[in-house]
Design a protein around this ligand. Structure first.
Ligand SMILES: [Fe+2]
Ligand SMILES: [Fe+2]
Length: 130
């Protein structure tokens, strides 16, 4: 089963941004599928590292665009990105320390974060950009 399911509430109504977000969620689901198929040990850590990198690169691109337009909410927006990246680092630490991986709880947190972040901070930023 996919970790995340695209939902209407994720949509900003801006086709290119929604497309990027869909691609990000597809990538997360592809990585999750490999974890779910039984990847453990270093293979699992590599997959978690890839998950982190994919999400971080989406954020970095957004923040770069914010700097270009001197966006006044950059700090707050970036802090929210950091909160999600911290959550992923915690997941990786937990796996390294205890070899446990609660992907269900992670999926619930990811969904909750995307739901709020897309509809508030990303919506405001992309409207400012367009
Ligand atoms: Fe975004
Ligand atoms: Fe964002």
């Amino acid at each position: 089963m996919a970790l995340l399911t695209w939902r209407k509430e994720y949509e900003l109504g801006l086709a290119d941004v929604d497309h990027e977000h869909r691609e990000l969620i597809d990538l997360i689901n592809q990585i999750h599928q490999q974890l779910d198929a039984g990847a453990r040990g270093d293979a699992a850590l590599d997959l978690l590292g890839e998950l982190y990198a994919q999400i971080a690169s989406h954020f970095a691109l957004e923040e770069q665009h914010m700097r270009t337009i001197d966006y006044k909410e950059l700090d707050d927006h970036k802090a929210d990105h950091e909160r999600l990246l911290d959550r992923i680092r915690d997941l990786m630490d937990e796996y390294e320390d205890n070899a446990t991986l609660d992907l269900h709880a992670f999926g619930v947190d990811l969904d909750a974060w995307f739901l709020v972040h897309f509809s508030t901070r990303d919506a405001r930023f992309h409207r400012a950009l367009h």
